[in-house]
Write a protein that binds this ligand. Structure first.
Ligand SMILES: Cc1cc2nc3c(=O)[nH]c(=O)nc-3n(C[C@H](O)[C@H](O)[C@H](O)COP(=O)(O)OP(=O)(O)OC[C@H]3O[C@@H](n4cnc5c(N)ncnc54)[C@H](O)[C@@H]3O)c2cc1C
Length: 400
């Protein structure tokens, strides 16, 4: 059977696949992207929050930016709230479908072939079987990049180790008049979002994205109903999606790489995968092109990608996973207590100044540097649960 030949075939035309493909083509490779949906970026399964750093790194124009966010109201389980306000915008709210479309459109400037409505249904060495308009056909690739999301088939076919944990995300679009147009709201508590958090994010004029993520799929709908009692208005849209936490122990095999959600490159503190996935996609694209053009696409050669992304992000993702474990451990009473302790102008200012959604460990390091905060944190001591949780937090763990 005749099959087209490419240096690199990227499975998945999401933001991570688009950036991996563009980078591979910029580095001299002949690249194909296949995306199973005919409409790129739809259905949306995202709140669309990204750092300025992430947006500036993708080189698309500002039309997809809906809002700049300067701060947030954080709600404890008992309803007490903290207000954190940075001096300038730190996060953007984007039109996520428009973002995905702009990124994929940009690949065409570097002659990437993009096929939508085409699904990868099988893989054997360097041959991918595709379902295209009801017909099976094959393509050959020196390197296959799996950017096919949290349920990655490429990772499964390559026999890569599993993701550690999956969260369920459920979000609705509601009419909404925010107290502050440049603030988001975050809700903690086992009743609202067991082991994660809920959110309300102002988006298009007069609308908000309100949702939650949790590791308890059975409670997801009842939790959302509880969260929605805080808001009024008719639901205009539902979005449901999975958020993988905990990176795969290996992300390359002979002739294959996985990247983005497919690799578990998601921040466990926020569930955000755009910055981490796109950062890793650039490395994947560079290494894939280099290896495909050199003719050595063995696991050993492709592991340059694995080494590079791990040296930049593994510690951060490991830290995030420990923080997530701690959140899972804490009861609502513990969280209320932590909120009370954090309600200190100096602590809130430090969070506003040093909080970085892409690198949350920067803030933790800042806290450790300030002996004045240690006294506040010592107030946690009477609560055995919190102390045990913190000790557990520092125990060596294999769950990054
Ligand atoms: C409710 C929710 C809210 C979120 N909010 C945020 C947020 O605010 N900020 C943030 O940074 N992240 C957020 N995320 C996470 C973010 O959406 C993901 O990390 C991001 O989409 C990962 O991009 P990706 O390209 O790796 O995967 P995806 O966006 O999932 O793209 C994978 C693509 O592969 C295609 N595909 C899959 N299998 C095949 C196949 N066999 N053949 C062809 N195509 C295939 C799919 O159709 C899809 O288009 C959220 C997630 C959820 C669920």
């Amino acid at each position: 059977m005749h099959s087209e030949k490419y240096h690199v075939v990227v499975v998945g035309g999401g933001p991570v696949g688009a950036v991996a493909a563009r980078t591979a083509a910029e580095n001299g490779a002949k690249v194909l992207v296949i995306e199973e949906h005919t409409q790129v970026g739809k259905p949306v399964k995202c709140t669309g929050l990204i750092s300025l750093r992430c947006f500036e790194g993708v080189g698309i124009d500002g039309r997809v930016v809906l809002r700049e966010i300067k701060g947030g109201f954080l709600y404890a389980p008992n309803g007490e709230r903290l207000c954190i306000e940075a001096k300038g915008p730190k996060i953007l709210v984007i039109d996520r479908a428009g973002f995905d479309q702009a990124l994929l459109e940009k690949t065409k400037n570097v002659d990437v072939h993009v096929k939508t409505g085409v699904r990868a249904i099988g893989q054997n060495d360097n041959i991918l079987t595709l379902m295209d308009n009801g017909y099976k056909r094959t393509v050959q690739a020196k390197v296959i990049i799996g950017a096919d999301g949290p349920c990655s088939r490429i990772a499964k076919w390559a026999g890569l180790p599993p993701l550690k944990k999956m969260l369920f995300g459920l979000q609705v679009i509601l009419p909404y008049k925010p107290e502050r147009e440049d603030f988001l709201e975050v809700f903690f508590g086992k009743e609202i979002a067991p082991n994660f958090f809920g959110w309300a994010v102002p988006a298009e004029e007069g609308l908000a994205r309100i949702g939650l993520a949790t590791d308890d799929g059975k409670k997801m709908r009842s939790c959302l109903q509880r969260l929605l009692t805080r808001f009024s208005g008719n639901i205009l849209e539902y979005n449901v999606g999975l958020i993988p936490l905990g990176i795969r122990a290996r992300t390359v095999a002979d002739g294959i790489m996985v990247v983005g959600d497919a690799a578990g490159q998601v921040k466990p503190t926020s569930g955000g995968g755009l910055y981490t996935g796109i950062t890793c996609a650039k490395m994947a694209g560079e290494v894939a092109a280099k290896c495909a053009l050199n003719g050595d696409t063995s696991k050993e050669a492709l592991s340059e990608y694995e080494q590079r992304w791990r040296s930049l992000l593994e510690r951060e993702l490991y830290f995030g996973m420990l923080a997530h474990k701690l959140l899972c451990y804490l009861s609502d009473k513990d969280l209320n207590r932590i909120f009370k302790i954090m309600d200190d102008p100096e602590i809130l200012e430090a969070i506003a100044d040093y909080g970085d959604v892409d690198y949350p460990s920067i803030l933790a390091r800042e806290f450790i540097k300030r002996p004045r905060f240690w006294g506040r944190l010592l107030n946690l001591l009477p609560s055995n649960r919190i102390v045990t949780g913190i000790l557990d937090f520092f125990k060596p763990s294999k769950t990054a």
